[in-house]
Ligand binder design. Structure first.
Ligand code: PHE
Length: 421
């Protein structure tokens, strides 16, 4: 009997010890029974709409993945941190996720300035980071562990410049941007380059900073310059007020923006002033493919609202992460990094995603017009990156069909609507 008790004690102690060994020191190793994924987002600051949608998109994807057995026999565990939309805080929370929680991979941020502040921490620790939606080119230049599943701003800024020059026939433009946001500064530059190339002229450039509420003096300068269009490459919180105040000052021009406008709050902030405004964005909920429809239905069932572009990109980022984990067969960071880097033709809801050698996704953008009455974005056109791979791969007739059926997928990547103008 005594031997039996001893044996049982030994077995239990061994089990206990091995369990402790497994739980400790997970970082980059393949031990442990979960894959730990760090998520850092603005859940309470000036861009919290982005954070909330992104969190929803990630959680929907991870729920589905876990229900289907997880990855490599393990469940995915999300550890979510709020960075309040502040770059210093983004750096602090990503350090906590990596050094304390020992996550295997990180998803975040949305606003480029926050991703730029946090990415060096991931790069230094060699933990792969995927931003769903930061579009400033500098983000992935931080290093070989930093990825994104969205297009970049030289493309996005060019897309809107082309739309302004070719579709709206604008000859002159004013730009009103956020001087502290890398996103805004980048778009200002890339829009100007393309618009000038197309023969247009930027007649006034004005600046604001986040949390400003009175934009009337800059807008008055813009009004004096009387441009054909006004480009406002900012985030929804300020943009909503800018558009409203511009209309109050009697400015009737088309006002143009980028993905940063995409938030439900925009409709409340600007209301009818959003008449005659257009943005570039990552996806359109209108004319959906079967994949988009499936995603939209699942999202609506879970959250009782339509998914915006942030949610769609986040869903794609989480699924690409899971797909890469499966292909790597491990959470070991170098192998996981290599698997993410070799993502090819992944069928996401925001289009077909191939990670290029700069760790960016090359995919089409959509132009949407804003309809204040229905509080919804109306699909106008798709603009593909020049020489995009998918445009070369598809046979001719298939391309035409896909184009008619779907505005988002890379199958429509051969469209260069503007070039005949
Ligand atoms: N692209 C923006 C940035 O880099 C973030 C964003 C993406 C906002 C998509 C809204 C929708 O800062």
């Amino acid at each position: 009997m005594r031997n039996f008790v001893l044996a049982i004690t030994v077995i239990f102690s061994l089990l206990f010890v091995s369990n402790c060994v497994q739980k400790g020191g997970n970082g980059g190793n393949d031990s442990g029974d979960t894959v730990k994924v760090g998520v850092y987002l603005d859940l309470s600051g000036a861009t919290s709409s982005y954070g909330k949608s992104t969190k929803n998109g990630i959680e929907l994807a991870v729920d589905e993945i876990n229900k289907n057995g997880g990855v490599n026999g393990k469940q995915i565990k999300l550890i979510v941190e709020d960075d309040q939309g502040r770059p210093e805080q983004a750096k602090t929370v990503i350090s906590k996720l990596i050094n304390q929680d020992k996550v295997h991979v990180v998803l975040g941020e949305v606003a480029s300035t926050n991703s730029l502040a946090a990415a060096p921490v991931a790069q230094e620790a060699k933990i792969p980071m995927i931003t769903p939606s930061s579009t400033n080119p500098k983000v992935t230049e931080i290093g070989d562990h930093i990825f994104r599943v969205c297009f970049i701003d030289p493309f996005q800024g060019g897309v809107m410049a082309k739309f302004a020059a070719n579709e709206l026939k604008a000859k002159t433009a004013a730009i009103f941007g956020d001087v502290q946001a890398d996103y805004s500064k980048g778009l200002e530059k890339f829009f100007t380059e393309e618009f000038t190339k197309l023969g247009g002229k930027v007649v006034s450039t004005q600046a604001y900073t986040q949390n400003d509420t009175d934009f009337k003096s800059q807008l008055t300068s813009i009004r004096q310059a009387n441009p054909d269009v006004i480009y406002v490459p900012g985030y929804y919180g300020e943009v909503g007020i800018i558009v409203k105040q511009a209309r109050e000052l009697g400015m009737k021009q088309p006002i143009l923006g980028g993905d940063g406008w995409d938030a439900p709050e925009l409709w409340n902030l600007a209301g009818n002033a959003l008449e005659n405004t257009y943005i570039s964005n990552h996806y359109s909920i209108e004319n959906p493919t079967p994949e988009i429809k499936k995603f939209v239905d699942a999202y609506k069932a879970k959250y009782n609202e339509d998914p915006d572009a942030l949610a769609a990109l986040a869903y794609d980022a989480a699924n690409i992460m899971a797909d890469s984990l499966k292909r790597a067969g491990t959470t070991e960071s170098q192998k996981l990094r290599d698997a993410i880097a070799s993502t090819k033709d992944f069928k996401g809801v925001t289009g077909s995603i191939t990670i290029n050698d700069k760790r960016n996704a090359v995919k089409p953008a959509v132009i949407l017009s804003l309809d204040p009455e229905s509080k919804s974005f109306k699909f106008k056109t798709t603009i593909a990156p020049e020489g995009s791979e998918s445009s070369e791969e598809k046979p001719k007739d298939e391309k035409a069909d896909a184009k008619a059926a779907n505005a988002n997928s890379s199958e429509s990547a051969d469209e260069k609507k503007d070039e005949d103008k």
